[in-house]
Design a protein around this ligand. Structure first.
Ligand code: 5GP
Ligand code: ZN
Length: 117
């Protein structure tokens, strides 16, 4: 567990850390990844601090749907909806999650490979 004041994505939400935002609503923010792995690499995060998908509860149902709809809107806005894209959320150690604030990676703009490493 980390203190919320130290969480870098909570700092993005509060505007204490600069970010290249592509969408913001009442309950979520989407911003470009600082180390993009594809021409489009956007992170979608809830404003509420949730550590990972493993920590989602039934009260977050609507929020989780809003994140997916926001990902769809960003894909449309950034022109990758017809070429296709990938949405990934890393969880924990084996998932190689490095920031313990739930986020979806939206990746597109090039041919992606499968399976992941
Ligand atoms: P994870 O490894 O947890 O799945 O994804 C964390 C992502 O956050 C990484 O892709 C990393 O490049 C990105 N990231 C880490 N720190 C910052 C930051 O300060 N600003 C932005 N925009 N992205 C960050
Ligand atoms: Zn946080």
């Amino acid at each position: 567990m980390i203190a919320l004041e130290d969480c870098i994505f909570c700092k993005v939400v509060r505007g204490e850390l600069p970010s290249d935002k592509v969408l913001e609503t009442d309950n979520l923010v989407a911003f470009r990844d600082i180390r993009p792995q594809a021409p489009v690499h956007v992170l979608l995060i809830p404003k509420k601090h949730i550590a990972s998908i493993q920590d989602v509860t039934p009260e977050d149902k609507e929020l989780m749907g809003d994140l997916i709809l926001a990902a769809q809107k960003v894909a449309n806005d950034l022109d990758i909806s017809s070429s296709g894209y990938r949405i990934v959320s890393n969880v924990g150690h084996h998932g190689q999650q490095t920031v313990p604030h739930l986020h979806y990676h939206l990746l597109g703009g090039r041919q992606l490979q499968w399976p992941p490493g």
